[in-house]
Design a binder for this molecule. Structure first.
Ligand code: SF4
Length: 188
């Protein structure tokens, strides 16, 4: 497997991007904007069930915290003029994995090619060779970080849902206070 990011943004037009409050803490601070300007809520009813992604009860239904997208489905943070990510230095952890991801098998992190990436990511070449060791090491490092941040986010979702959820505006207030509370972890 060979990979070199060609920075064409195909993945940024194709997928919706699940995030944690710590992804949003980094992005909103980097751009100097309020969290509400970059987040969206995606109902499980429409986007499907992914048990590994925590959900929040908003407007009476479970929803994923995600980046906003444009009408054409592309990520709000994809710069239309340059075709590049506007927050490359602090992009969400899931974006940093792509076109790879990880699975936990017997307590071990196993690095794999993301589903659907072969044939759609122009920088990924399947030459029957294993995933390069430098990629494996980088994805493993990110996976440790991701597992830590997802655990914090999951705990926050449980805290919110335990109170019965609320409206979108109430959730955004909760998200802002959460970002302030946990900001130290976003910077670590
Ligand atoms: S945050 Fe950046 S890398 Fe991730 S989908 Fe959006 S534009 Fe692409």
């Amino acid at each position: 497997m060979r990979f070199r990011c060609l920075k064409r943004g195909f993945c940024c037009r194709r997928y919706w991007i699940p995030v944690t409050h710590l992804d949003i803490a980094r992005i909103s601070s980097y751009l100097g904007v309020d969290a509400a300007e970059v987040v969206d809520l995606k109902p499980v009813r429409i986007y499907g069930s992914y048990p590994q992604i925590p959900t929040v009860l908003v407007d009476g239904e479970p929803q994923y915290l995600a980046l906003r997208d444009r009408e054409d489905g592309s990520c709000i943070l994809l710069d239309p003029s340059s075709g590049k990510c506007a927050v490359h230095d602090v992009k969400p952890l899931v974006c940093r994995f792509y076109p790879f991801t990880y699975r936990l098998e017997g307590g071990e992190v196993r690095v794999v090619v993301a589903e659907g990436a072969i044939g759609s990511c122009p920088g990924l070449v399947d030459d029957d060779a294993p995933i390069p060791q430098r990629v494996v090491e980088e994805v493993r490092r990110l996976a440790e970080r991701h597992m830590f941040e997802i655990a914090l986010w999951r705990a926050a979702c449980i805290e919110w849902n335990r109170g019965g959820g609320g409206s979108r505006e109430q959730f955004l207030e909760f998200l802002r206070s959460l970002i302030e509370r946990d900001r130290v972890f976003a910077e670590a």
